[in-house]
Design a protein around this ligand. Structure first.
Ligand code: BES
Ligand code: MN
Ligand code: ZN
Length: 492
């Protein structure tokens, strides 16, 4: 699969051919090299004996062995190792291997709570399968390209071989789905218009036998989808609502994803700085499309319905204005106080349809508010739901996949602030609690459903230029949603 690298499990002796063997070493300990051949163990000992070797985090020493090279990597103190540090290590080594043209990379994993058990094995397999991901479609041949990895081999901690073998097998199509969502998310708005995303979704649906329908302008008008029509009104690329349907038995699960192909803010225009990053404002839609593909690939026993409201929020004489009042399919009206609060408007249309079509669980993903980034930084997504059971399930899933998720409030006090003057609602209230007031707005479009959740992924859907590594879409939420759906349906 393009953009994912094949991951497999290997043995320590004989060691499969590799260009680089990465061995971890905790501070104050000797390298865990039991079971490796003599030459490799001697190489690790050689590096560990160098003056200055302490096994500090990020410390690395290389030495050539007849069959390849060994890289001894410090991980710091054993008790300080977290998933964040471990995954950063995996990525760093893969980066270094690529730069040095080492195509076949092997990791010897130490025994540690972060490397043992099913969830850890799946996290590690997923990160490694994606360690060669790049979005280079627009780089000309003249621009230096890094060599690619051809395969990654894991040497699991002793006794964990079967766990890892199962995890690696399960993770391959998950990694492919994440790479797909990243490719779509990274595609700039001059190519990734609502029409382009419709074509990509149609292709995937055709390949996988997924039910696919599109509501174009005319159908949006018939159904009274005032949010999409307003937000998408200024663009030459018309808005639409994509609907995908996978599976014919089991619980009805609706996934909704915000698909603003570019968010300039509209008439309430955004400042220029970092506005280019608003090409990522479609990452929620990209994630749910990838999940539809994944559910079909894995034949999950559920009736999955995926809704992708797509629109471009730009300026024109046809753009919607502050002060406009719009109407949604469920009859509610909203006054526009700020055209940059567009996500909730297109989501209102899509969530109304999802709840009308009998969703039993509704999960919605959106790069919705800067306020959520203010609250949580770029480390965690915000979780908003009135359902404690659903919150617990989603938080547990996120814990297992290593995608940080933090529950924030949604409730009547926030909803009160969203009352309009001349309409039922307004789309922006005060400066305070913006992530929760946005969630309260969405709560008006789920019918009588209580098992719904909104995940505000504004801070985690992409890595910005200013952050230290690998800028671009992340595919956040796909792994945790798959984990949740597996448990919901009792699928191993
Ligand atoms: N798409 C943005 C939210 C966003 C901001 C996502 C930064 C990723 C990074 C959303 O449509 C938006 O513009 N929200 C505004 C609302 C404001 C005008 C009240 C925001 O949060 O800044
Ligand atoms: Mn906006
Ligand atoms: Zn937006």
């Amino acid at each position: 699969m393009k953009n994912t690298v094949p991951v497999s499990i290997g043995s320590r002796e004989p060691l499969d051919e590799c260009d680089l063997l990465a061995v971890a070493c905790f501070a104050g300990e000797s390298p865990e090299v039991e079971g490796l051949g003599e030459a490799w163990r001697a190489a690790a000992a050689r590096v560990a004996a160098r003056t200055g070797w302490e096994g500090r985090p990020e410390q690395r020493g290389e030495t050539a062995v007849e069959q390849g090279a060994l890289s001894l990597c410090g991980l710091g103190r054993r008790e300080d190792l977290t998933w964040r540090k471990l995954s950063a290590w995996l990525v760093r080594v893969a980066d270094a291997a690529q730069v040095n043209g080492a195509a076949r990379l092997t990791f010897l994993l130490p025994r540690h709570r972060e490397t043992m058990g099913e969830a850890a094995a799946e996290r590690i397999a997923r990160v490694l399968a994606l360690s060669d991901y790049r979005f280079d479609r627009f780089l000309s041949a003249a621009t230096a390209r890094r060599p690619r990895l051809s395969r990654v081999t894991i040497l699991p901690p002793a006794g964990e071989e079967a766990t890892y073998a199962a995890a690696v097998a399960r993770t391959a199509s998950l990694a492919a789905a994440i790479a797909l969502a990243r490719d779509l998310g990274n595609t700039p708005a001059n190519e990734a218009t609502p029409l382009w995303l419709e074509e990509r979704a149609a292709e995937l649906a055709r390949e996988r036998g997924i039910g696919f329908t599109v509501l174009h302008r005319e159908e949006l008008e018939q159904r009274g989808m005032g949010g999409l029509l307003a937000v998408g009104g200024g663009a030459i690329h018309p808005p639409r609502l994509l609907r995908l349907e996978v599976g014919s038995e089991g619980p009805i699960v609706a996934l909704v994803g915000k698909g603003v192909t570019f968010d300039s803010g509209g008439i309430s225009i955004k400042p220029a700085a970092d506005m280019d990053e608003m090409k990522y404002d479609k990452c929620g839609a990209c994630a749910v499309l990838a999940l539809a593909w994944l559910a079909a690939d894995l034949a999950l026993p559920l009736r999955l319905r995926v809704y992708m409201p797509l629109a471009e929020n730009v300026l024109d004489s046809r753009s919607y204005r502050p002060g406009d009042i719009i109407r949604f399919p469920n009859g509610k009206t909203a006054e526009i106080t700020n055209t940059d609060c567009e996500g909730r408007l297109i989501l209102a249309d899509a969530m109304s349809l999802a709840s009308e079509e009998g969703a039993e669980v509704l999960l919605e993903y959106s790069t919705l508010t800067g306020a959520c980034i203010m609250a949580l930084g770029r480390h965690a997504a915000g979780l908003f739901t009135p359902d404690d059971g659903l919150a617990a399930d989603l938080l547990a899933a996120a814990e297992r996949t290593g995608e940080k998720l933090w529950r924030l409030p949604v409730g009547p006090e926030y909803l009160e602030e969203m009352k309009g003057v001349h309409a039922d609602l307004r789309n922006l209230a005060t400066r305070w609690g913006g992530a929760s007031t946005a969630a309260a707005f969405l709560s008006q479009f789920v019918g009588g459903l209580t098992r719904w959740a909104h995940l505000d992924i504004a801070g985690v859907a992409y890595v910005g230029r200013d952050q230290n590594s690998h800028p671009g879409a992340t595919g956040y939420g796909i792994a945790l949603t798959l984990d949740y759906l597996r448990r919901l349906t009792g699928t191993p």
